[in-house]
Design a protein around this ligand. Structure first.
Ligand code: ATP
Ligand code: MG
Ligand code: MG
Ligand code: MG
Length: 469
């Protein structure tokens, strides 16, 4: 089944079960400064769940465009390394606003996945998790759907703190929250990775395809869990992941849509192998960049625009690694429009603008990319130990416009790490110099570098360190 057909099949399945088909909202969250980019189907329904907003339906379904390249969910560092993570993906979802609850939610999901007239997946390839103390969900899976006990995994509060587990969802420190149940697909023993809850659960053998959240409690400021009068359901399934399952391939990058995109990227990059990690990064990044620009984000040195700039520069660097010596990334827009323009007409409408913005960014970065890479290579060649010095990271950032995550990306390929503390010190020293200079009325331009030194209070952490912006 083609990805485009699968998207429609999902929506149609839930439409037949009384759900309103709601279009995807923008990647730029409407009226929510706490959220960097739309990262889940439920975002646009947040106020409906909280009872602050009424709609004329109590069941909805959508295919939501999402970006996870910053903020709470940041998968940027996973792209090119796992089979299942993208910066941009589509989340299929069904939602109950105080309408149905656990029983129907579980039945709906199971019938869609395993029903003969729907996806018809083999049941023995599926595994489910429930929240450790959620006996109700366990019973619905076991006795209701007939899932054998050895394929139901209870996941508890693994971090030792109450409600910190992966399987207990909460919108924030207070507010609606509740247990999850997840459905995993087993891609087979030849792939490394353990079942959910095991020490090597981050491998790619058992891939989480669907996450179902039961919004059941309201958590008050003093930690009390009050049952919600009308519990709700929020679900999310990655379109690319379920597509991979149906197309009998392991990696998201092997599905029809990505194969076409990779082929187009390969043609632009002198025939690079479509299994090459760098080519996958490029194919992934064109989707987030194009959709972000279509939704009105512009590259800049702060906030959302800086995340976009970082993704574009990362794509440019991976293209460079594959031999590109002139702008190529913007040319991939046409292929993406061919593949996704029907589902997302805004992409067609904004194609010229997307190409223009990408080309401009590529041209600007091209002026310093080579020099920066040479500087870094030289430093690496002279390196004692396995840590890239803070001064180098800072110079790359300030003079050559290398966002820190880009330098980290290169370091990681060589098994090296970054001296973040040294980097922060170098940044601080720069600021001191600027302050001193301005005191004496000297015209000292702190934002001279392409990366710009303008700091924004960021969303980002890499390896537990704030990255700077
Ligand atoms: P994982 O544990 O694999 O990182 P997640 O638990 O972070 O996934 P959720 O927040 O539960 O993901 O999102 C709901 C669904 O969206 C997931 O079950 C998965 O199918 C899909 N999904 C999540 N993140 C990504 C991503 N970066 N790229 C593609 N699909 C994703
Ligand atoms: Mg995740
Ligand atoms: Mg997960
Ligand atoms: Mg999940």
């Amino acid at each position: 089944m083609k990805t485009a057909v699968l998207r429609q099949t999902f929506l149609e399945y839930f439409r037949q079960r009384g759900h309103e088909i709601v279009p995807s909202s923008s990647l730029v969250p409407h009226d929510d400064p706490t959220l960097l980019f739309t990262n889940a189907g439920m975002n646009q329904f947040k106020d409906v769940f909280l009872g602050r907003e009424k709609r004329d339906y109590t069941r909805a379904t959508s295919s939501q465009r999402c970006v996870r390249a910053g903020g709470k969910h940041n998968d940027l560092e996973n792209v090119g390394y796992t089979a299942r993570h993208h910066t941009f993906f589509e989340m299929l979802g069904n939602f109950s606003f105080g309408d149905y609850f656990k029983k129907e939610a579980i039945e709906f999901a199971w019938t869609f996945l395993t029903g003969d007239e729907w996806l018809g997946l083999p049941k023995e390839k599926l595994l489910v998790t429930v929240y450790a103390s959620d006996d109700e969900a366990y019973d619905l899976w076991h006795n209701g759907m007939g899932v054998p006990a050895d394929r139901i995994i209870r996941i508890g509060d693994n971090k030792g703190e109450p409600y910190a587990s992966d399987n207990f969802w909460q919108m924030g420190d207070t507010g609606p929250c509740g247990p999850c149940t997840e459905i995993f697909y087993d891609h087979g023993p030849e792939i490394a990775g353990g079942p959910p809850g095991s020490p090597d659960e981050d491998g790619d053998r058992f891939i989480e395809i669907w996450n179902v959240v039961f919004m059941q409690f309201n958590r008050t400021a003093d930690g009390e869990m009050q049952p919600l009068p009308k519990p709700s359901v929020d679900t999310g399934m990655g379109l690319e992941r379920i597509s991979a399952v149906l197309q009998g391939v392991h990696s998201n990058y092997e599905i029809d849509l990505f194969q076409d995109l990779l082929k187009a990227a390969s043609d632009l990059l002198g025939g690079a192998d479509t299994e090459e990690a760098s080519l996958r990064v490029v194919a992934d990044h064109i989707r987030s960049c194009a959709f972000l620009i279509a939704d009105g984000v512009m590259p800049s040195n702060e906030g959302r625009g800086f995340v976009l700039r970082r993704i574009i520069r990362r794509a440019a660097r991976h293209g460079n690694k594959l031999g590109a010596r002139e702008p190529f990334f913007y040319k991939l827009t046409a292929a993406l429009v061919d593949l996704m323009g029907e589902a997302y007409p805004e992409l067609v409408r904004t194609q010229a603008q997307i190409e223009k913005v990408l080309l401009q960014e590529e041209e600007q970065f091209a002026r310093t990319l080579d020099k920066g890479l040479r500087l870094l290579e030289q430093d690496i060649a002279e390196l004692k130990g396995s840590q890239i010095p803070g001064e180098t990271i800072f110079t790359l950032y300030d003079t050559y416009g290398f966002p820190v995550d880009l330098t980290n990306d290169i370091a990681r390929e060589r098994g090296l790490t970054l001296d973040y503390d040294g980097y922060k010190k170098a940044m601080e020293a720069q600021r001191e110099r600027a302050r001193a200079a301005s005191k004496f009325g000297v015209d000292y331009n702190v934002t001279a570098g392409l990366g710009g030194s303008t700091e924004f209070t960021g969303y980002e952490k890499i390896d537990g360190h704030e990255t700077i912006r």
